[in-house]
Design a binder for this molecule. Structure first.
Ligand SMILES: NC(=O)c1ccc[n+]([C@@H]2O[C@H](COP(=O)([O-])OP(=O)(O)OC[C@H]3O[C@@H](n4cnc5c(N)ncnc54)[C@H](O)[C@@H]3O)[C@@H](O)[C@H]2O)c1
Length: 257
């Protein structure tokens, strides 16, 4: 029980990595506040946690909308009195080189992936500061460290999240708040399945290419990332501050040929 008694808010926890992390947090004793813009999927996560004997509450919010995020945080505080852990996980994909991206599509990726980290942090931090205690994990990506073809908007936002994490850590260290980032490689989730369908004529060939890109020879699983987030959320990582944690099957530091 590595998170016994903790209150954790996870954005985008209706699917993929967020859902697996919410389930793992609950197994480790946390009370989990499941956020998602997709009400059906978010409720499904909360119900699956409750069905296995865990504590979960679904709170709907669009992480790009200030009023909606503020209301979510206030509801969480009303329900539990505090938030110990915030996992800023919600995100969307963006495909294309700069000249191929419509300005509205660019803005949408920036809004969800960057403003969507800013807003929950903006409204949760005052409560953490008041208690002089807190732990924030921001979802970046290994794409923040490497160039990948036709991923301009996505890589820009994930690089920004990594920089923001370091900056946040400096500002809030004095409040006993830790802020770290998680940088996954390619993990097989609905997000990646959708991206493969929309970006490639032959998704199977694309998966084969990704397999060779990762030294692991395969795509990661949501639970691979969830285990890393659990480590960052627990006291076992208490000396990690403003750091990136790579869970990427060797993409960033490995090269086979
Ligand atoms: N899957 C990967 O290979 C991979 C790699 C690196 C980083 N990531 C990042 O991990 C995070 C989760 O990705 P995933 O693969 O689990 O994706 P996913 O699509 O399975 O889950 C993302 C969830 O976020 C929710 N969401 C989207 N916009 C939202 C909004 N405005 N407000 C609230 N919720 C919203 C979606 O409804 C969905 O349930 C994302 O930030 C993604 O960029 C994923």
């Amino acid at each position: 029980m590595r998170l016994q008694g903790k209150i954790a808010l996870l954005t985008g926890a209706g699917s993929g990595i967020g859902r697996k992390t919410a389930e793992l947090f609950a197994k480790e004793g946390a009370t989990v506040i499941v956020n998602d813009i997709d009400e059906a999927k978010g409720k499904e996560t909360a119900q699956s946690i409750q069905a296995s004997g865990g504590n979960a509450l679904f709170l709907h919010a669009d992480v790009t909308d200030a009023a909606s995020v503020r209301l979510m945080v206030e509801s969480a505080i009303q329900a539990y009195g505090r938030i110990d852990i915030l996992f800023n996980n919600a995100g969307i994909s963006g495909v294309g080189a700069i000249h191929e991206i419509e300005p509205e599509a660019w803005d949408r990726v920036v809004r969800v992936n960057l403003r969507g980290v800013f807003l929950p942090s903006r409204y949760v931090l005052p409560y953490m500061m008041e208690r002089k205690s807190g732990n924030i994990i921001n979802m970046s990506s290994c794409i923040a460290e490497i160039g990948l073809a036709r991923r301009a908007s996505y890589s820009a936002t994930k690089g920004a999240v990594l920089s923001l994490t370091k900056s946040m850590q400096v500002d809030y260290a004095k409040y006993n708040i830790r802020v770290n980032a998680i940088l996954p490689g390619t993990i097989l989730t609905p997000f990646v399945e959708q991206y493969l369908q929309s970006a490639y004529e032959d998704p199977e060939a694309a998966i084969a290419a990704i397999r060779t890109r990762q030294l692991s020879g395969n795509l990661g699983r949501p639970e691979d990332v969830a285990n890393g987030v659990l480590f960052l959320a627990s006291d076992e990582s208490s000396f990690m501050m403003g750091s990136p944690l790579y869970i990427d099957g060797g993409v960033v530091f490995g090269k086979d040929a």
